[in-house]
Design a protein around this ligand. Structure first.
Ligand code: PMH
Length: 374
């Protein structure tokens, strides 16, 4: 059952955009290549279950998350497709994954040895992670690979179903580092194929790699940021290889409107002082919602027009300088389209000197996500 919503601030998640973006990438990648919808971090802040369901309806065949808890949420929602956990799950928790048929990532032979000692309710599916240049997790050398494969062959309660790597620079201009990672991957793959005969699923590319180098993709792509309609970087955006629709938008309503005299100040620290008679509106969103204090000065949209946030952003409330009087209840868009103007996630990210990925993730769970296009 969905919780009742009492507050006048909400995020909208357009599920039609998710479908559109998946269709866009499916047109570009080779026919034999399928989509893993990456829905970690509660679907990059959009809501994992709803996004996952729509992604699967749109042709994605598998889901990926970062931690076991996120996979369990999807299973509890009745989703029964393969789910891959990217992060390391402790060997003692492998039984939980096996019971729910959740695929785990591994890259350490000690991890396999420990899992061997645990009793699993059914065969545990595994994807092996190779570190070809991300420097985060994964085995790195032919020697490690041979050792781990030896360990795998000796183990009956697990089944290797996939191998993968992750690119560090696929979204950046130039392809030298990307090519180097591909070469390392091919080298490891050659070694692997000499010691392993059963078929496994291979996946290397994230959004940037699949958009920029579709011909280099194997059986799956791991489609994250661009499924949500954002470009992995300005480089990818400017190359215009794909058209995307932003799924996320953020809205509120004026809860108070007043005219202030010249020389009056607004909010903590009195950092903003009116220079004339000014109409000031208040909305119920603040840093506890993830609308952080650094967003002071950023614009919002009202009736399609831009108006600035003035004074410090409080924990739960924010003030806006209006161009005229508006009725209480007027809609304010902080991210998204109003009439002919749009505040893209990218614009907020630029203002904060960060990347688009961070923005929907930082909007806290206190802000309800309302799906459209269901
Ligand atoms: N595969 C792995 C292993 C990932 O960690 C990520 C995203 C993706 C695929 C999807 O990438 P995309 O969103 O660029 O398509 N991981 C992260 C991360 O750890 N920090 O930012 C994005």
């Amino acid at each position: 059952m969905t919780q009742p919503i009492y507050r006048d601030t909400w995020a909208e998640v357009n599920l039609d955009a998710i479908e559109y973006n998946i269709n866009q990438i499916r047109e570009q990648i080779p026919q034999h290549c399928s989509v893993i919808a990456v829905v970690k971090a509660d679907g990059y802040g959009h809501g994992a279950v709803k996004v996952a369901e729509r992604a699967l309806k749109s042709g994605a065949e598998m889901l990926a998350v970062a931690i076991l808890e996120e996979a369990l949420v999807l299973r509890e929602a009745g989703i029964d497709v393969p789910i891959l956990v990217f992060g390391r799950v402790a060997p003692k928790d492998a039984a939980v994954a096996a019971e729910k048929d959740i695929t785990l990532t591994f890259f350490q032979k000690e991890w396999l040895q420990e899992v061997k000692q645990t009793s699993l309710p059914q065969t545990l599916k595994l994807h092996m992670k190779w570190d070809t240049g991300m420097g985060r997790i994964g085995l790195r050398t032919d020697e490690e690979l041979k050792e781990i494969v030896g360990e795998l062959k000796d183990q009956s309660n697990v089944q290797l179903t996939g191998i993968y790597t992750h690119f560090a620079t696929a979204d950046e201009p130039g392809a030298d580092y990307f090519n180097m990672q591909n070469e390392r991957f091919d080298q490891l793959l050659t070694t692997f194929e000499k010691v392993w005969e059963d078929p496994v699923a291979i996946h290397t590319g994230n959004s940037a790699a699949s958009i920029r180098f579709p011909e280099k993709m194997y059986h799956y792509i791991r489609f994250g940021i661009s499924m949500y309609g954002m470009y992995p970087s300005s480089t990818v955006k400017e190359e215009r290889n794909i058209d995307l629709q932003q799924s996320f938008s953020l809205h509120s309503k004026l809860i108070h409107v007043k005219q202030m005299e010249p020389g009056e100040s607004i909010s903590y620290g009195a950092t903003y002082t009116t220079s004339d008679y000014e109409w000031i509106g208040t909305i119920m969103i603040g840093y506890a919602d993830g609308w952080i204090r650094k967003l002071q000065g950023m614009d919002v949209l009202i009736e399609g027009k831009r108006m600035p946030i003035v004074g410090r952003i409080c924990m739960d409330q924010t003030m806006i300088r209006l161009d005229k009087e508006y009725p209480v209840g007027t809609e304010v868009t902080l991210i998204g389209r109003q009439q002919n103007d749009m505040i893209e996630v990218d614009e907020i990210a630029d203002y904060l000197d960060t990347i688009s990925y961070e923005i929907p993730c930082m909007i806290s769970s206190r802000v309800p996500r309302i799906c459209t296009g269901e």
